[in-house]
Design a binder for this molecule. Structure first.
Ligand SMILES: [Zn+2]
Ligand SMILES: [Zn+2]
Length: 200
């Protein structure tokens, strides 16, 4: 097999991890085949339905979006609270009214949370499913959301010169763990990426 030809320069395209989250390749927890977590159009939700075994998965189990919309029982000031991704549901929560400072208990509503929770342990952020593209590297794990992400990482790792672009936020490559940035790991990482690409 011919060695891939790599450019020695990498110019940051200012992509963030979210840029690759539209379609994430995972290992189906039911049949262990490759499957996709896909973003629904015009929303921040993703869905998972395995094309091989039709297994479906609920969003981040045990995570809820809490909301409370009430009028203060003391002064009738309107109180609105939104807390994404809370871990537990409670009958009532204590809230201090910003207008009169009285602390009262109110009953919030809970909806299953669809907010992604980005993580560094080779799992995707919507359901916590194991990523399809992952491989151990020393004490670390090299992972990617999909083939496109894999190629982008390859370009970054292969480059001897890494250029920044005008940007107002930390990009995906700027947040990469140190082991992926070190020149001494370059060759080994590129071999590993090559193997991961062949996983299909
Ligand atoms: Zn499956
Ligand atoms: Zn009040």
């Amino acid at each position: 097999m011919a060695e891939a030809v790599h450019s020695t320069r990498f110019k940051d395209q200012n992509l963030v991890l979210w840029s690759f989250a539209r379609r994430i390749s995972v290992c189906c927890p039911n049949c262990q085949q490759k499957a996709e977590v896909e973003k629904e159009p015009n929303s921040h939700r993703s869905k998972f339905c395995c094309v091989n075994c039709h297994y479906q998965h609920n969003p981040n189990p045990g995570q809820y979006d809490l909301s409370l919309n009430v009028y203060c029982s003391q002064c009738a000031h309107r109180i609105s609270i939104d807390r994404p991704r809370v871990k537990s549901r409670r009958q009532a929560i204590k809230v201090k009214c910003p207008a009169c400072d009285s602390v009262k208990s109110y009953q919030p509503t809970y909806k299953l949370s669809y907010w992604p929770a980005f993580r560094t342990d080779a799992k995707e952020p919507f359901f916590g499913l194991a990523l399809w593209y992952q491989a151990p590297f020393k004490d670390e794990v090299l992972w990617a959301y999909n083939a496109e992400h894999l190629l982008y990482l390859e370009q970054y790792i292969a480059a001897k010169v890494r250029e920044r672009n005008n940007r107002r936020y930390a990009t995906m490559v700027e947040k990469l763990p140190l082991f992926m940035q070190l020149a001494k790991n370059r060759e080994a990482l590129l071999k590993l990426l090559e193997r991961m690409k062949r996983k299909g």
